[in-house]
Design a protein around this ligand. Structure first.
Ligand SMILES: [Zn+2]
Length: 111
């Protein structure tokens, strides 16, 4: 799957997952007894209870990569793609830099 298709798939899955922010319900800050934070996760259309077996570290990871962030990443990746495609007569070094960035982004997907 090419980079554009991967980005489109990311967007679709994020929308299907509600598109929103997910947060842990931790209110302890740096004094959380379940360091780094309590593992219960909540968003507009989701609640993940600690009984699911995930750790607090995994809860922080899940919330850090919530659908809202994925949609922001989709927008950023599309902006880089659009800039690359905008002016094929642009400076070679500039286009080479953009091409390098796009190749690194594609690697994220294992392409
Ligand atoms: Zn806590």
């Amino acid at each position: 799957m090419d980079l554009k298709a991967q980005i489109n798939a990311d967007e679709q899955l994020a929308h299907n997952a509600g598109g929103g922010e997910w947060k842990t319900l931790c209110t302890h800050g740096d004094d959380c007894p379940d360091y780094p934070s309590c593992s219960e996760i909540e968003g507009k259309d989701i609640k993940i209870y600690p009984e699911g077996g995930h750790s607090a570290w995994q809860a922080d990871h899940i919330t850090r990569h919530d659908p809202a962030r994925v949609l922001r990443e989709v927008a950023a990746k599309r902006a880089i793609l659009a800039e690359f495609e905008r002016d094929p007569q642009a400076d070679d070094q500039y286009l080479a830099g953009l091409a390098f960035a796009l190749e690194r982004l594609a690697e994220v997907y294992g392409n």
